[in-house]
Design a binder for this molecule. Sequence first.
Ligand code: AMP
Length: 593
Amino acid sequence: MNPFSNLGIRHDIVNAISDLGFENPTPIQEQAIPVLLSGSNDFVGLAQTGTGKTAAFGLPLLELLDFEENYPQALVLCPTRELCLQITNDLKNFSKNIKNVNIVAVYGGASISDQLRQIKRGVQIVVATPGRMIDIIGRKAIDFSKVQYVVLDEADEMLNMGFQEDIDQILSTTPEEKKTWLFSATMPAEVRRIAKKYMENPFELTVGTKNTGNANIDHEYYVVRAREKYAAFKRIVDFNPEIFGIVFCRTKIETQEIAEALIKDGYNADSLHGDLSQQQRDKVMKRYRERSLQLLIATDVAARGIDVNDVTHVINYSLPDEIENYTHRSGRTARAGKTGVSISIINSKELGKIRQIERVIGKKFVKAEIPNGFDVCEKQLFALIHKVHNVDVNEEQIEQYIPRIMDEFKDLSKEEVIKRFASLEFNRFLEYYKDAPDLNAPAHEERGDRSDKFARGGMRSDYTRFFINLGSVDDFTRGDMLGFICNNGKISGKAIGKIDLKGVYTFFEVENSSADQIQQNFKDVDFNGRSVRVELAGDRDGGGRSGGSRERSGGRRDGNRGGGFRDFSGKRREERSGSSRSGNGSGERRKRW
Ligand code: AMP
């Protein structure tokens, strides 16, 4: 027997949710459905978004309502238009095999006359945001006198957004004896008050511990200097080539600035905030949902109710003012049993806030280090290699070119061809990142003590660190590399310090007195027909020496610099041209969603 049938859900609804891929109930569904199906309880469910709570209340509603009758029997209130549409859509999907079901979504920012027309035609379930609902009630366009069930979804969010009075007013038009089902991710005092005011002995259900974030989310923080925050953020993004993320800023202006800077720097990003028109917001969300947008930069309010599966990272570009909002933000990832990472980029003064959040969510953060430029290069290189490996080959189309391509490569071995393909992109990364500085705030700033400049990176002050574009993939051992440096740099092996052999590059240290000589002598060196580059390296852990921070100086990643990475998606250019929005959109401003 289907587990949902065991919970008391009828056959045609079970069939509909099976089509959606619901095979087993989520914990909240398992526990809430039997209680709600009785129809005789008020109910408080403490659950994060992504736990399956829409079906937890939606399936019982569909069981309990009489669809032979065409008057409002259930009202679902939720904070945002996004969520309103999501719930409506879910309910329609769940009820697709039931006859005469009429569900209307009522929300701001869309034509009210359409909504009024739908209501007039007859409706059993109204899903609404409070502002527009008040408007419609004010027009006496709806009769809630026979409503049996009211659902308050994301109650804490509705209160945060200042909907308390609207909720009071709306509920005053519904009968005393209705049942109220309240769902909230957190239970601040205001939500408690609402529960007390509108409910009688509610059945309380907590999924997970109270206020605890989703267990599938890893929480990380990076400590950077305030002025290097943007560069650090970009580096984190670069280190995660497959990122599909939501980036939270504190203000609309910050949201817009970050999005614009990212777009300029060749990233696939756009912003979502309250000053955009409805149409603009829809467009951004559509692109994000379709994954033609990789980074969505949003304010807390704008991102509420966003239900996009498979978000890999939530990035707190700025920590939220309210700790509660951290839970909402991080809850946008790790939905429906997936895992996700919630990253916070902070300055050393904000460590206290991290500790506070840890206490609230009951989970420890991991302190992470901003990766250095070469780590990023390596990560991107292998992402590229995987892409090449997994690319769908259009046999039919490529076939005609194969003989010519083979001819072009006939003098190269397989290894050479692979190396050249990889280098095509990789060289651009290296170029972009070669002088990239360490962006981690020095430990002494964090701890308030003064530590030795080189203590962390382990670099000795009497040595200069170099980068060379040869490594183990070129069949070098450390011994070979030592010989190669000595012979070509025309220096004694004694002058060479540590050799850090990597895949396609190597770091090596040279006594300061020989540093100029090395640079000079490596000017025209070739290796297997390839030009060898020896350059001053930023210390891997302890801070760059040459100081040329491209990121800080706002270096663009497109053109011939580093931007090539993203070109591999084959999308970047069109997206950049399509998403370059400036100013405040149409300027249409709304207080509410
Ligand atoms: P919600 O918390 O209602 O926003 O649901 C989060 C996501 O989980 C949505 O994409 C749902 O479609 C999905 N979902 C809900 N219940 C189940 C289930 N029992 N099995 C699989 N997916 C589910």
